[in-house]
Structure formats: C-alpha cells, structure tokens
Design a protein around this ligand. Structure first.
Ligand code: NAI
Length: 246
C-alpha cells in the first residue's frame, strides 16, 4: 500500500481508456483499470507495468458488481480520488433500421453504466468531501446522423454531469465531461476506409485526434488543481463542434 491518490478508469483495456490509465499513472495515481474484456489485463500490464495498476474484469452495467468494486477499494485504500467513466459502445444505424436491442444496448452501457458508477462515486466522495468525476461524452451528443441511440446516450451523460456538479458542489467534488471528436482507436478503426476519410475531411483540423489528446484533458480535470471547474463539457475534437462550414 502506498499513499498515492486512487483513480478508477472504466473501459480501460484499449483505446482512450488505456491512454487515460497511462497518463494518470505518470501523474502519480494508483489506477484501478476496469473493463469487461477478459484479455484486457495482459496488454495493459505489459505496456504500463504493475506498480501502480490493478485490473478488474467487470461489466459497468451490473449494479451489484459496481457496488462491490467501490466497497472493496474503500476497504483497501480508504479513499477514491477520481473516477473516469470512459467505457462506451456504438451500434450505428439510421433510425428506420435500428433495432430496439441496439438502442437498449447503447443506452445501457453509455448512460446507465455511467450513472451506476457515478452513484457509487458520489456516495464515497460526498462522505470524504473531495473527489473528481470525469465522464467521457462525445461531440456526437450535438447530433450525428446514424447515431440516434449513441447521441442520446451521450447527451444523457452531459446532463448527468451537470446535475452531479450541482448536487456535489458543496462537498468539494467536481464533475466534468470530456467530449472527444474523431479519435484514432479500435472503435474508429472498425469504420469503412471511405467513411473514415469523409469524417476526417469534415474536420477543421483535417485530422483525427489521438487517445493521448483526450487523456491529457482528463488528467487535468482529474487533478486536485481544478477545484473551480465543474459541470463543464470540454471538447477535444479538432474544432468539429464549432459547426460552421460543414
Ligand atoms: P474502444 O471500443 O476502443 O474501447 C472501449 C472499451 O470499453 C473496450 O475495452 C470495451 O471492452 C470497454 N467496455 C465496453 N462496454 C463495457 C462495459 N459494459 N463494461 C466495462 N467495459 C466496457 O472505444 P474508444 O474509442 O476508446 O472510446 C472510449 C470512449 O470514448 C467511449 O465512451 C466512446 O463513446 C468515447 N468516444 C470515442 C470517440 C472515438 O472517436 N474513438 C469519439 C467520441 C467519444
């Protein structure tokens, strides 16, 4: 056991989540990496070492597992300084082709899973009178064709963030969201090449962002130096959210 601050990161096995783990470890955190990927641990430990890292295979949609995670960590560490809710999925389609299953799956992980993690984080942080919650939303909350489920889930994450900032403000707990645009991860690597190129062309930056771009912003919001920033949504999107010239 050491005296480092403790951060939980969900969706940690790859992509943006893995970059967030790496950044927070560099910034001196003990990182609790949470992911439902059974093979997620091997890659993480190989790349990030195991001095300040532990892996929990868990589905953030399972209420009891989420409660158990926080109880176990509190028993061992006695504090949780930051929770980064990054786990998310897409199931894209135009609404006339979208199944209820694809709607439910996306809302369940992106919104309900994030809410379940936030509830436990709020209970712990309210009692300890300190903490940082960073929720990964998406620029798509502003609206994206083919993403009625995903955009709605991320708009929910933005609203959740604002409400929790109000509810937790007087307990010295800051709650913010980061809204990435097009980021080069396994999620976007699944897109058809021509679709991806169109998306890049529509960027003011004419480029994709890297997971580190998001991780650096998350690390800033998760640090103890940001006690007067709360309820905000910070875009990391190469200017796409400006919306002009599209
Ligand atoms: P990714 O697909 O590369 O990684 C997501 C990770 O979350 C995976 O390791 C997966 O196993 C895990 N996960 C999924 N459902 C889970 C659950 N129920 N419980 C626990 N773990 C679960 O995704 P990527 O690109 O790294 O995205 C991370 C976050 O950033 C997501 O919330 C995504 O919506 C958001 N985002 C990503 C953008 C991009 O361009 N890549 C753009 C905007 C937002």
């Amino acid at each position: 056991m050491n005296n480092k601050p403790v951060a939980i990161v969900t969706g940690a096995a790859k992509g943006i989540g893995k970059a967030i783990c790496a950044r927070l470890i560099k910034n001196g955190f003990n990182v609790i990496a949470v992911d439902m990927d059974p093979d997620g641990a091997s890659g993480l430990f190989t790349e990030l070492g195991n001095d300040s890292l532990e892996y929990h295979k868990m589905n953030i949609c399972e209420e009891l597992k989420v409660k158990e995670l926080f109880a176990e960590l509190m028993a061992r560490y006695g504090r949780i300084d930051a929770v980064v809710n990054n786990a998310g999925i897409i199931r894209d389609n135009m609404i006339w082709n979208m199944s209820v299953d694809d709607f439910d799956a996306v809302i369940n992980v992106n919104l309900k899973g994030t809410w379940l993690m936030c509830r436990e984080a709020a209970i712990v942080m309210k009692a300890q009178k300190s903490g940082r919650i960073v929720n990964i939303a998406s620029r798509a909350w502003l609206g994206n064709r083919g993403q009625s489920n995903y955009s709605a889930s991320k708009a929910g994450v933005v609203a959740l963030t604002r409400v929790l900032a109000l509810e937790l403000g007087k307990y010295n707990v800051c709650v913010n969201a980061v809204a990435p645009g097009l980021i080069d991860t396994p999620l976007t690597q699944k897109l058809e090449k021509d679709v991806l190129q169109q998306l890049i062309n529509a960027q003011p930056s004419k480029s994709m962002g890297s997971p580190d771009d998001v991780a650096n912003t998350v690390a800033f919001l998760a640090s103890a130096h940001t006690q007067f920033i709360t309820g905000q949504t910070i875009y990391v999107d190469g200017g796409k959210s400006i919306g002009a010239n599209m």
